[in-house]
Write a protein that binds this ligand. Structure first.
Ligand code: HPA
Length: 257
């Protein structure tokens, strides 16, 4: 898929030079676009060859602007493999970020809790990831997440009095939520949270030479842990409910990067 027209489009419409950090926002997570200076915002459907999101709760915008003197690019919404896109389409936004010269990337997502110490609204900085059932990943990487950026996220949490867990993200291609047995299996493999995003982007971003961190917000406990059945609506409602902590964490993190 040709990326050059998309690169040009972004360079024309947004402030793409010397971005301090790009942030991808997951399901139902909105951020500080409202608090950004010199805000410029486009809809991703306008961008040539950009894959369109079909999932409720994904806004489909890219913004640039300043927060606390740092130049940010915020991608609100992403596409997933389970929507029918190929791996190359799922990572198209990552290639776009690399092409415009972004060096640091923070990925966020809403995830299911596998670790029984977590509860809905827990915040988990990813130290590693696994994709046990996935044939998707062609790029070999060793250390997915930047310990330097992760330390700053933990420090931001400490300064804001927000508890930050550290964990491993287990990728499932979806679209269905897991069975109880799958959640138990993923726990045995070392997964702390489970989700259907983030790993494709991580793999491509690291391959492209970006420094990457990722934060999950637990929207629900994995299937079978609480006995309740899961729905995407529940994921969105928890995301909305626990927004404040998450936004405060990201704001503090941006201040100190
Ligand atoms: N499983 C997979 N993906 C998810 C979940 C889950 O329980 N919650 C949010 N995304």
């Amino acid at each position: 898929m040709e990326i050059e027209p998309a690169v040009k489009y972004l360079q024309n419409k947004l402030d793409t030079k010397n971005i301090d950090i790009a942030i991808i926002l997951g399901s139902g997570l909105s951020f500080i676009e409202d608090n950004m200076d010199n805000l410029k915002c486009i809809k991703t459907v306008e961008i040539p060859n950009y894959p369109a999101s079909t999932v409720t709760g994904h806004k489909g915008t890219i913004s640039t602007g300043f927060y606390n003197g740092k130049k940010l690019m915020i991608l609100a919404g992403r596409v997933h493999y389970y929507e029918g896109y190929s791996y190359e389409e799922v990572v198209f936004p990552i290639d776009l970020l690399s092409e415009i010269g972004v060096k640091k990337l923070l990925l966020t997502n809403a995830a299911g809790g596998i670790n029984k110490d977590y509860e809905p609204c827990s915040i988990v900085v990813l130290e590693n990831c696994i994709a046990p059932f996935s044939p998707l990943f062609k790029d070999q990487i060793e250390n997915p997440y930047s310990s330097e950026m992760n330390n700053l996220i933990s420090e931001a949490g400490g300064r804001k009095n927000i508890k930050i867990h550290k964990g491993c993200y287990a990728y499932m291609s979806g679209p269905s939520f897991e069975t109880k047995a799958e959640i138990e299996y993923l726990r045995i493999l070392g997964g702390d949270v489970v989700g259907m995003s983030t790993v494709p982007e991580t793999v491509r971003a690291v391959k492209n030479g970006l420094e990457v961190s990722a934060v999950s917000r637990v929207s629900n406990m994995g299937t079978g842990i609480t006995g309740k059945s899961l729905s995407h609506i529940e994921v969105l409602e928890t995301a909305k409910y626990s927004q404040t902590n998450f936004i405060n964490l990201l704001k503090k993190f941006i201040e100190i990067i």
